[in-house]
Design a protein around this ligand. Structure first.
Ligand code: NDP
Length: 284
């Protein structure tokens, strides 16, 4: 008897370098299995010099899309047929979606963050402090700008990288953005509603300390961290002790996966299924 398994699966995947152990495979495949979708998610090891051929190959083989991570997030753009709004603004793509015969670059990093923030606070009209100006911070800042925040302070160690992000936010989104060069413990201004760690401080180190004067975190402020392992960073523990509402990086990661599955398949996958798969894959 014919079953759907007799047909070729729809393919999506991840183009990256050094992708071994990428937990996204488990998360995506758990969603596909749970929803009875005959789709597969495969890791593809792609060297920078082969990226153009890899994208053309994926298109030729009918891939429905793919994620791309470092070092391909920017260099993939010339090989695509178009860009979504936020990906165009930030100049980085981490998710490619086939629409008809066109490959469109999107960025789900910031969209995943916004989705995890939504149950806690509506960013519209809010004032934000964001630590970091790298890829994750850039994606978060652009999506917050598109969501209508009132203002943002970028706190970054390297003045040049911080200034570059501030200029992008001012020029492309006409956002009230300012730079605070990070030296010593940062005091969060009293009018701030949302504080985010977008740096890599705390990744795989639950004791790593973010240089913040935690006494300036007001109770009730939403405090988020992009770090997903360990999920409860020292920064979040300190913020919670101050009475802040905390959001961990696992939520952002799962929500990015949800956004990607939505973009590729059109269905809204079960968040709990994907969250459990991620926790298992990370050994949490
Ligand atoms: P980048 O390398 O692009 O940027 C790193 C940022 O962290 C820079 O702003 C850098 O400052 C800052 N930084 C690093 N170390 C220090 C330090 N000791 N003191 C002060 N600042 C520091 O990385 P990404 O933006 O791509 O990623 C950042 C983190 O976000 C990673 O840990 C990554 O795992 C996580 N992430 C989580 C996601 C999720 O879904 N939860 C999604 C994407 C990323 P400077 O400019 O001065 O060097």
């Amino acid at each position: 008897m014919a079953t759907t398994q007799n047909f070729l699966p729809e393919l999506v995947g991840s183009m990256s370098q050094g992708a071994a152990g990428n937990p996204t495979v488990a998360v995506m495949e758990a969603a596909f299995t749970h929803h009875g979708l005959h789709w597969r998610y495969v890791n593809m090891e792609v060297a920078p010099a082969d990226l153009g051929n890899a994208v053309r190959g994926a298109k030729a083989m009918g891939f429905r899309g793919f994620n791309c991570s470092l070092p391909h997030k920017v260099t993939v753009i010339p090989h695509l047929d178009g860009l979504g709004e936020s990906a165009g603004i930030m100049g980085a793509v981490n998710c490619v979606v086939r629409r008809d015969d066109r490959l469109i670059g999107e960025n789900t990093d910031g969209k995943g963050f916004l989705k995890s923030l939504a149950p806690v606070v509506d960013p519209r009209g809010k004032s934000v402090v964001l630590f970091g100006a790298g890829g994750a911070s850039r994606a978060i800042a652009v999506e917050l700008g598109l969501a209508g925040i009132k203002k943002i302070i970028i706190v970054n160690r390297s003045p040049a990288r911080g200034a570059e992000l501030v200029t992008l936010l001012r020029d492309k989104l006409q956002l009230d953005a300012e730079l605070a060069v990070w030296t010593g413990d940062y005091a969060v201004p009293a009018d701030i509603d949302i504080v985010i760690n977008g740096t890599s401080i705390g990744l795989y180190d639950g004791d790593a300390r973010l240089a913040v004067d935690t006494h300036t975190l007001r109770p009730g402020v939403a405090v988020a961290d992009v770090i997903f392992s360990p999920p409860l960073t020292r920064f979040l523990r300190d913020a919670r002790a101050r009475g802040c509402t905390v959001l961990d990086g696992l939520g952002m990661l799962v929500n990015q996966g949800i956004v990607a599955v939505q973009l590729w398949t059109g269905i809204t996958p079960d968040a709990d299924v994907m969250c459990h798969a991620l926790e298992n894959a990370l050994g949490l």
